[in-house]
Design a protein around this ligand. Sequence first.
Ligand code: KG4
Ligand code: ZN
Length: 352
Amino acid sequence: MRVLGIETSCDETGVAIVDTAPWEAGQPAGKGLLGQALYSQIAMHVDYGGVVPELASRDHIKRVIPLINQSLKESNSTLSEIDAIAYTQGPGLAGALLVGASVAKGLALALDKPVLGIHHLEGHLLSPLLADDANIQFPFVALLVSGGHTQLMEVTGVGEYAILGETLDDAAGEAFDKTAKLLGLSYPGGPAVSALAKLGQSDHYQFPRPMKHSGDLDFSFAGLKTSVLTQVKKLQLNSPLTKADHADIARGFVDAIVEVLVSKSIQALKKSGMKTLVVAGGVGANEQLRQALAIACEKEGATVHYPPLHLCTDNGAMIAFAGAMRLKKNPQLAQKHWGFDVRPRWPLDQLL
Ligand code: KG4
Ligand code: ZN
């Protein structure tokens, strides 16, 4: 089965075509990624310090058809060879989601092919299976860390997800982005804060490790951001912050957030009795998190898996792949109506 996937939930227009043959033959599913095209709107939103929803929708409209053509060309496919279409149905920005939904439904109607709306986080959490060396068996624990979400999930199979814990306020990526803003770095701040932290000293600023010992698997990052803000303001009272101050604060922040994410992930493995951890979402690209998780998981006798680096942030491949897996498992899931239904707010445990 060849599936076209369309992702337009936020500020990336992603399109990809996957074939299920390698995956069905027991090979890594990534071998079936025939073609993909991605356009990031980051440069357009950077002056505003975040994503402007109306601009995002308008840009998706401009990009999506050329990107579909590009991924068809790259995969040597024609539209008539596409067996099904998957699109991101939510969560995300309503107007942005509607662009992908309209295009997917229009194509499916014209081609008389099945179409399926995919939960954006399901795309992220299955994306590690697309790695070339993926050898991941269900069940596993998934740590989803993106700009909008921070969740620990128990994944027992395709479409079988239970939330173990989640953030009570800011998402991990949001905390990175807000801290970046405080330090004068541009949006999206995750990679910039991470790079700056490498130049800083670990012991100069100690920030709290929120909810590390709360006994549950929930997170809270709003207080961490506030304590960075308080520290910055305190230093500014004496003199403007130096480059070294910025780097030390970034280091203190990264140390704190990584310690909490690692600690909760290990607690989730222990509580569920599982030995496989899968990390997905934009913050999963973070180097410091990867290093710390490698050490902690080895100590725990567990393995940790990531998507290929270019599939950590939003992309069409994860949506095409999730659509293919779900339709293979249950063809009845194909949507039979032609409304442009999107779900801007959609908890993953309400998927079924
Ligand atoms: O998954 P994603 O592309 O979009 C959402 O669904 O939110 O994640 C984007 C988030 C942003 O907050 C960005 O700052 C963060 O992921 N991010 C990182 C890194 N790369 C992206 N955070 C920390 N370190 C990174 N290397
Ligand atoms: Zn995402």
